[in-house]
Design a protein around this ligand. Structure first.
Ligand code: G4F
Length: 338
């Protein structure tokens, strides 16, 4: 067995792809999961196919003692901190929950690692939302932050906490500044999956329209499976540093709709309705990343392009459209500690 890694947020899109990637590299993979999620099989759905290969620890990032307990019991070579309240629109609705989870959770984890496992390498999932009202395009590691949502503020704070632990305590801590990354495992609240699920429901005769907000917002969308490779590469470097991870190409939400509906033989203009309630109080209009540093230092390149990403998501949702209502069965087969 190779190295041992701990992933927070292992039940999410990125966590499940990262767990797969690390297992393929012969890592021993552990995840931190809230007790309430462990009791509800549907929240472990993205990990079902890995259930015999990973170990889950019950802990909450809101509880310092629970993190301390896990880190006091098992030592790790690498820690990937992906857990967060990551839906931007929700962060406007309840900014306090977002700040508590994203800022305090990161701080508790960093401090517990510093006290108990100072040689464990640490990855923080930063976000292009930190650039917010962008000062330049494309955005790189030197572009100043100007977050436009409580979520963006919380991620910028986590980024600076990570940087401060690196500088003050000589801790191997890095942040990835990840631009939007999607996949068939993306949560249905995010615009890409909302669209591809909407396409499948319309095609299956289960819906007659799709309500969306700002169609002119522009994003740099990549595939999550590509982006987790960059996370791992960051922790294999001789010195810790922060990296932008992006494709460098930008598309509007409208273009995503156009392509996704066309993939199912539909014209989005006949099905998409604009709902002003889905506009955000403060919008990030454009995001486009410059990942030259990741390319030259990490040797990282995305393997998927935009068309392949959209096609894979639509095809997956079309396949599952008939099975959507099936209830998830709780699983007892995971190895759970604590
Ligand atoms: O898919 P979104 O909700 O993603 P957003 O806000 O860009 O954030 C995602 O990417 C970040 C990286 O930059 C992550 F840090 C973050 O955790 C998350 O993964 O919205 C994308 C765009 C926005 O401009 C939004 O206003 O799509 C626009 N949009 C238009 N109609 C919509 C909708 N977004 C959602 N979720 N739902 C709509 O109906």
């Amino acid at each position: 067995m190779g190295k041992r890694a701990l992933i927070t947020g292992i039940t999410g899109q990125d966590g499940s792809y990262l767990a797969e990637h690390l297992l393929s590299l012969d890592y021993e993979v552990h995840g931190l999961v809230r007790r309430v999620a462990l009791a509800d099989g549907s929240r472990l759905a993205r990990l079902e196919h890995l259930r015999d290969q990973i170990t889950l620890h019950a802990a909450s990032l809101e509880s310092y003692p629970s993190i301390w307990h896990v880190l006091g019991r098992t030592s790790f070579d690498e820690c990937y901190h992906l857990a967060a309240q990551s839906y931007v629109a929700d962060s406007f609705a309840d900014s306090f929950t977002t700040m508590n989870a994203n800022v305090c959770g990161t701080h508790y984890l960093l401090e517990a690692l510093r006290q108990l496992q100072p040689r464990c390498k640490f990855y923080f999932a930063g976000s292009s939302e930190m650039f917010g009202k962008v000062r330049e395009t494309p955005q790189s590691e030197t572009t100043p932050f100007h977050p436009r949502s409580p979520y963006g503020v919380s991620k910028a704070t986590g980024f600076f906490l990570t940087q401060n632990y690196r500088e003050a305590y000589d801790f191997f801590a890095c942040a990835g500044i990840l631009f939007n990354h999607e996949s068939p495992r993306r949560g249905p609240e995010f615009v890409t999956r909302k669209i591809t699920r909407g396409v499948a429901r319309i095609k299956a005769g289960k819906a007659s329209e799709l309500k969306l907000g700002n169609l002119e917002a522009r994003r740099d969308w990549g595939h999550a499976a590509d982006y987790v490779r960059a996370m791992h590469l960051m922790l294999q470097q001789p010195t810790p540093a922060d990296f932008v991870v992006a494709t460098g190409t930008m598309h509007t939400v409208r273009e995503f709709c156009d392509l996704a509906f066309a993939e199912a033989g539909l014209d989005y203009r006949e099905w998409v309705q604009i709902d002003p309630d889905l506009y955000r109080p403060a919008e990030v209009e454009t995001l486009q990343g410059d990942a030259s540093r990741a390319r030259s230092v990490l040797g990282w390149r995305p393997r998927y392009d935009f068309q392949e990403l959209v096609r894979e998501m639509v095809q997956s949702d079309l396949q599952h459209a008939g099975a959507e209502a099936a209830p998830a069965k709780p699983s007892q087969r995971f190895k759970i500690v604590g």
